[in-house]
Design a protein around this ligand. Sequence first.
Ligand code: ZN
Length: 357
Amino acid sequence: MSFRNFKMVGYVVYGRGSFNQLDEILKPQRKADAPMIFLVDHFFTGSPLAGHIPLRGRDQIVFVDTSYEPKTTQVDALAKQLKDEFGAISGVIGIGGGSAMDLAKAVSLMMTNPGSSADYQGWDLVKQPGVYKAGIPTLSGTGAEVSRTTVLTGPTRKLGMNSDFTPFDQIVLDPELTKDAPANQRFYTGMDCYIHCIESLEGTFLNEFSKSYGEKALQLCQEVFVKKDHWDEHSDDQLMMASYAGGMSIAYSQVGVAHAVSYGLSYLLGTKHGIGNCIVMNHLEEYYPAGVKEFKYMVEKNGIEIPTGICTGLTDEQFDTMINVSLGMKPLWENALGSNWEQIMTREKLRALYEKL
Ligand code: ZN
């Protein structure tokens, strides 16, 4: 047996207002006149947050379109644009939700690794460290701030650049930055964290490391979405730590059925990660009975609508595409259902599940 020896984030700063320390944090990372590039979710165009980014010299803010999840073509185009314009850069700072943070990680790696980001989709294919990279979440739940992957949709698959060079060198966890998130978005992304916890805690890969973080993250999610009647300032603090702990939990275990199925939706239909997981979780009583019951309670209590009928009218070929993408996520299925998962989750059974969504 070989134990996972995983690379973690380099530095972490946490606290309300810690974003104001960014200038000081970046200072030692600046190289001659090579600029820092801030990849910022387009949601913040013209916002006070954008105005507080500590620009120096030739630094640039690039607002990134996160209407769809990051694509390898988008990563390659951004890296090329930066190389053409600046030659060398000092670093890439991702500010936003999971998509903006994943884009920052991927662009950092593609500043130093040749070819296309599609060449590195998989496990441990990245050969060179990227340029300095920092992640600053403005939505809590994805765990992208701590993960060793950056999930990208490529020409043939949706898969991360999973490597020891992928984690951020620095993360800035400032709960103040999440206060203006739209309620729906906040819920879907928060549920991504809740689902990480359920999938990790109910999975066959569980160990005490994952359990310790998973239980804490689950408790924080429950305080925010089950116990409280209203969102308050403290909810931002709690959910930010839930996201971090949930990410740490799956770092040493794995996600499960909701993620494996939602990857198929996202590949074919472009369904975003948080909402896609919610659409799937809504129908997973058979696998996570207690978690799904509580999930449905949170949906109702928080007045959220989960879309239904999204697979209506799809062709056999389209169902097959989703099934192929989903069944390709072998470690997720093995964690969820055990080593004989292929006998349990047949193509027919998965098709029936997709038809319900
Ligand atoms: Zn997730």
